[in-house]
Design a protein around this ligand. Structure first.
Ligand code: BGC
Length: 755
């Protein structure tokens, strides 16, 4: 090997300084497995090593996969097979078909020089063939057990097709609803983000270990702060403080890793001038050194190549070098490692020892997944991909994801007879716009148009009138007139409006988080008929509602619910089930408040009351900086009342805990699933603290007339924050505490944290 010379920049970015501190990369393999890896590494040429560090999109892929990963160059199936034979490809993703997976594995195992099996990966985000609600919707359930079960079911379907690795869960906190990828995470809150990250990782991987053929290796992505893109513009610059990274953006990653995720995907964005794909502070100092991560770091798609467009790398070759030295072990799609790593090693710019460490991570994953033991174990023709139980689970998840924002005069639930209903909206007759983004294997044909299900739910099908009224983003000729006619002939209007599934997801940033103007116009026209309106909102993010939409008697937030979307919406509309979801993201009054999130800081000039025309205070001329519908909000068909918060003696001793209680009562006539939420506010500290922070929640079922006491226990660790020296700390003092139905409700009690 040639001697290694590194410039200061490369030295720092390579993380060599800290190399001595890195634990030996290992994830508990048996001695024979470790020996196999050592032997292979000893035998591999640098080209073969670069091949193991390269992943490409499967040449055999569907149009749906192409739509999600555009501009993909992967050659023909034959060319790709030849590359596998030459040891130039270690992993493939988003390819189609068990049969093809098997063919590729045959080539890798039987025809390549070293016979190293291929690792098949995929974006299995919220279901495989059976589609569950988009992740932000499912987070509205506040039910991590549900999230774990849907991830498990998705993993079983995905592994039946031969996949062993998913690029999920996305654990990015999203606080700016203009960002289209809000869809893919668990919303704005850190506690919820941590819980859902862990649940989804556990669900994908199962509890029998990664070797189990139905275990799908999870990836926490995108490291880091991808959701903090300026103006909510996807891929845009991020400039957040280190403290905010520790307090807000990192914790869900830590939770996902603690739950056992063995892989991390880098983020497309830069942070304070250094793109995440070349950020050794993120990957080496934080991930590897501070958190002791021993798994694999993969680029996000062409994120390594994009260092050139970021203006960080001079050319492709330097991009490969910077990404690799900063800590990206595997390059996805760009082919840069395959093309440049051998030469970078030969020229001495990249130490081969570092390449060996990354190769070891890859081979360890393959060992862990049992691919060396039996490369075809996961590729056997098994049961059919879907199981009827998964559809049932999808139905359950869909029911639990819907959030009822308002329900004036108890318009909902609707009667199934005796009233004429006008169902109006651009998607009511469609099988698309139900699954949401990131669906490659799910099929619109597996869903049912909403109007069909509603018609079936009604005693007299003739009582249902339908009209599209508008297209999603364009007017429909004569549409409004037709819709108004239907509304006039009906007693109640169900207006299904909002975003189409192509309006939320990767690269789907919006300047205004509003109902598209043609549909808003439709709503205004229909409202003029004076008929009571139920809005069934379709959305992949938090929205700012206005005019006739905001003024509707009832509003159901129905997101994109997946395969069972229509059936679940119908069940909720007609009261076969009661809404129980809570907003995992605040709905602001207007788009201009973005980014709006509930746990913002108080500022030095808070608005202490709702005085409308107050000046020189932190408010907008048009609106108070509050939410129209806050984080945590969601109504049920019950009527829930909260009693005062009881903090006992009101003291939290340094090494003890404090019990916080409240009584929750259902005064209504329907059973309800309530989500009681515990918030705190640290009144003064050496670092300013948010106005409220969620510290716990409990799901409580309440029969009509029933009361239950919800009890939470808080300890010192629950009150930690990142102090002036960027270390977790806590300071004695006064805390407000709420047990409330949302982040903007309830009456606080106080307790003292003793020193
Ligand atoms: C996305 C990732 C995804 C990858 C592979 C990228 O565009 O940002 O989240 O896993 O594509 O499909």
């Amino acid at each position: 090997m040639k001697p290694v010379t590194l410039s200061r920049r490369n030295f720092l970015q390579s993380g060599l300084m800290s190399l001595a501190l890195l634990p030996v990369p290992a994830i508990a393999l048996s001695p024979s497995q470790s020996r196999r890896i050592d032997d292979l590494i000893a035998k591999m040429t640098i080209e073969e090593k670069a091949g193991q560090l390269s992943m490409f999109p499967g040449a055999n892929r569907s149009a749906a996969a192409d739509a999600i990963n555009p501009a993909t160059v992967s050659g023909s199936k034959e060319q790709q097979a030849e590359q596998v034979r030459q040891g130039q490809i270690g992993s493939l993703f988003n390819g189609a078909g068990l049969e093809w997976h098997r063919e590729m594995q045959e080539v890798a195992v039987k025809q390549s020089r070293l016979g190293i099996p291929i690792l098949f990966a995929a974006d299995i985000i919220h279901g495989f063939r059976t589609i569950y609600p988009i992740p932000i919707a499912e987070a509205a359930s506040f039910d991590t057990d549900l999230a774990q079960r849907t991830a498990r079911a998705a993993a079983i379907e995905g592994t039946n097709e031969g996949f062993a690795w998913t690029f999920a869960p996305m654990v990015d906190i999203s606080r700016d609803a203009r960002w289209g990828r809000s869809t893919e995470g668990a919303g704005e809150d850190v506690l919820l983000g941590r819980h859902f990250a862990a649940a989804r990782v556990k669900g994908f991987q199962g509890d029998k270990g990664l070797t189990a053929p139905d275990s799908l290796m999870a990836t926490v992505k995108h490291f880091a702060a991808y959701g903090a893109a300026e103006a909510g513009l996807d891929y845009n610059t991020v400039d957040v403080s280190e403290r905010t990274l520790y307090e807000t953006y990192f914790p869900p990653f830590q939770a996902g890793l603690d739950a056992g995720a063995p892989t991390v995907m880098a983020a497309f964005n830069e942070i304070s001038g250094v793109p995440a794909h070349a950020n050794s502070w993120l990957m080496k100092d934080i991930l590897r050194k501070k958190w002791g991560f021993k798994g694999l770091i993969i680029s996000d798609y062409t994120g390594d190549l994009e260092l050139v467009d970021h203006g960080f790398a001079k050319d492709e070759r330097e991009a490969a070098k910077l990404a690799f030295l900063a800590g990206v072990d595997m390059s996805m799609t760009s082919g840069l490692y395959l093309k440049y790593l051998p030469d970078l090693v030969k020229s001495g710019e990249v130490p081969e020892e570092l390449v060996d460490i990354s190769v070891r991570y890859v081979l360890e994953m393959k060992e862990k997944l049992g691919l060396f033991e039996d490369p075809f174990n996961r590729l056997k023709a098994k049961k059919p991909i879907t199981a009827p139980t998964n559809r049932k689970l999808s139905h359950e998840a869909a029911l639990r994801s819907v959030v009822m924002l308002k329900n004036e005069n108890k318009l909902l639930p609707l009667p199934t007879s005796g009233k004429k209903i006008a169902l109006i909206g651009p998607t009511i007759d469609r099988q698309t716009d139900q699954n949401g983004s990131w669906v490659i294997w799910g099929r619109p044909a597996d869903t049912t148009p909403l109007q069909d299900v509603i018609r079936k739910s009604m005693k007299n099908p003739a009582d249902l009138l339908t009209a599209k009224g508008s297209d999603i983003e364009k007017p429909l000729e004569g549409g409004i007139a037709e819709a108004v006619k239907a509304a006039e002939a009906a007693d109640i209007v169900v207006l299904v409006i909002g975003e189409g599934e192509r309006m939320a997801g990767e690269s789907k940033s919006r300047t205004e988080i509003i109902v598209p103007p043609p549909q808003q116009e439709l709503a205004e026209a229909v409202a003029k008929t004076g008929k009571p309106i139920v809005v069934v909102l379709k959305n992949g993010r938090a929205m700012a509602l206005s005019g006739a939409v905001a003024d509707a008697s009832s509003i159901l937030v129905t997101w994109f619910l997946g395969t069972e979307s229509s059936a679940a919406i119908s069940d909720l509309l007609f009261g076969k089930a009661s809404p129980s979801g809570r907003l995992p993201c605040s709905f602001p009054h207007v788009s201009g408040q973005s980014p709006y999130y509930y746990d913002h800081k108080p500022t030095g000039r808070p608005v202490r009351d709702a005085t409308p025309d107050i000046e020189y205070r932190a408010r907008f001329r048009e609106v108070l900086n509050t939410a129209a519908y806050p984080f945590g909000h969601g109504l049920t068909y019950g009527e829930i009342e909260y009693g005062d918060v009881d903090v006992g003696g009101g003291q939290l001793p340094a090494n003890g805990n404090i019990t916080v209680k409240a009584t929750v009562t259902n005064k209504g006539s329907h059973e309800a699933l309530e989500v009681a939420q515990l918030y705190i506010h640290d009144r003064y500290a050496s670092i300013t603290r948010p106005v409220r922070q969620l510290k716990g929640y409990q799901l409580v079922t309440l029969k009509p007339g029933e009361s239950k006491t919800v009890t939470f226990s808080l300890k010192r660790e629950d009150l930690l924050f990142v102090g002036q020296k960027n270390e977790w700390t806590v300071e004695p003092g006064t805390f407000d505490v709420w047990i409330s139905p949302s982040a903007q409700a309830g009456k606080a009690a106080q307790f003292e944290l003793l020193g």
